[in-house]
Write a protein that binds this ligand. Sequence first.
Ligand SMILES: Nc1nc2c(ncn2[C@@H]2O[C@H](COP(=O)(O)OP(=O)(O)OP(=O)(O)O)[C@@H](O)[C@H]2O)c(=O)[nH]1
Ligand SMILES: [Mg+2]
Length: 491
Amino acid sequence: MEIKGRRASVGKTRRGVVRLKPDGMRNSGEKEKEFHVVESGDRSRSVRGSIRKDGFARNGKVSDFRLSQEKPSYARRGRFAIDDSNGRKKSETVDFKPRRRDEELRSASREALSKSKLVSKEKKMDHKKEKNGAKGDSGEKFLDQNVIGEENKADLSEGKKRVIYQTRLLDKTGKKIRGHKKDSDDEVADAERKKRKRVIRIDPYDISNKRLDDGISNEEKPEVKEVEPSKNAQFRAIQPSPSILSFVEDNLLGRRRLNELRNAGYNVKLPAPLDNIPFSTSIERERIEENVFRSKLEFFAAAKVSSSFPPPLIPEIAFAGRSNVGKSSLLNALTRQWGVVRTSDKPGLTQTINFFKLGTKLSLVDLPGYGFAYAKEEVKDAWEELVKEYVSTREGLKRVCLLIDTKWGMKPRDHELIDLMERSRTPYQIVLTKTDTILPIDVARRAMQVQNNLKANKSVVNPVMMVSSKSGAGIQNLRTVLAKIVRFAKP
Ligand SMILES: Nc1nc2c(ncn2[C@@H]2O[C@H](COP(=O)(O)OP(=O)(O)OP(=O)(O)O)[C@@H](O)[C@H]2O)c(=O)[nH]1
Ligand SMILES: [Mg+2]
């Protein structure tokens, strides 16, 4: 068993924390136990320790440990008493006598060090003397005392007037000898000044990380205002419900390590690996249970103005959201017909309302994205107007999937569209996309946040869906939800 720890000096008493771990065990946080060590300044060097976490010292004899300190050469062995913090019988006493050889070596090295310092100091002094001797022409020096200041004139009587002199070394001609070192009093004062550490205080009310030098008045502390936590902090404080958390876990949503996916049986070399059958030997996609999504996806109309919308003959599901949120990619992932709907990493690829037939029973409608896009303002405004008109007036529109990027959450434009759909009573469902880009817990938090935000809304359809077109996570669930619409839709 080995004890390793750091010690810091506090006056004569040394305190520190040592970690105890059994021999041969790699650094495993769980097994390490923390001790508080107090080493008194006296010769006995007793060290007291108490087991913080339960049940450790019971098993192992604490012996042959080392207290590693600031300097490894000061490592010692000694007497060590351990008391279980719970008061149970787990105390151990171990010899903590400084090893003789170590102690001897240490004192020898200390002596040698101090000697060498002394010698080098003497050498320096000799050197200085020589130098000063060479500077003065004939080696003669004169003291020049100039009165440079008076102190407390009012308080002091004439006789007791204190005068401050500045002493300079002058040569015969009255010139100042350069390189003259101050006398011993000055040296002592200098050494003291050097010894005195500059104390720097941190202002606890200052968030600018500025350091304050000692002496600067800090009495006027600004009033601590109740600052609203940042959006990020608010987001981190969200506690997702257990059902959302388990949904995220069950569907492997969120950014996952490849190993995790591999262990779950998925072939990570495939695109959308979660869409595959786990542990399958060949590249076999999971069977699409919903007939409608097995049908062929065919583009049949594009509209830039409402007058060119095709007649509403079959039920429609539309995909709306900000530019680049992943609308077109989701259409491909749902139908597993990659490439039918064009996608791009450049926001604003879809510039018209595109109608796709999925068999004979359903239309999927890819809407142009709003918000940021590489397009002129007036063009973007026109798209937005078109989208608004479509979602609020289209007959046969059974549901709008409003896609939200999981990483960024809902933006003002999303709220605008939601308000519009609330007014026009268009049923809409939130789909969080690109869940593979953030941690699972953050996916759950986002879902919780969105759900809470829309609690009071009437036309929203719950639950909040979470998908990733890239990994395939959550796609199957979305298919199931959307297929139900077709099943219950009246022609
Ligand atoms: N990591 C990740 N990237 C995705 C996902 N879905 C889409 N993308 C990427 O996001 C980018 C935009 O995807 P699109 O499907 O074209 O987005 P869009 O919403 O149709 O964009 P617009 O047509 O411009 O409105 C592409 O580079 C996709 O590869 C996803 O689930 N995960
Ligand atoms: Mg698109």
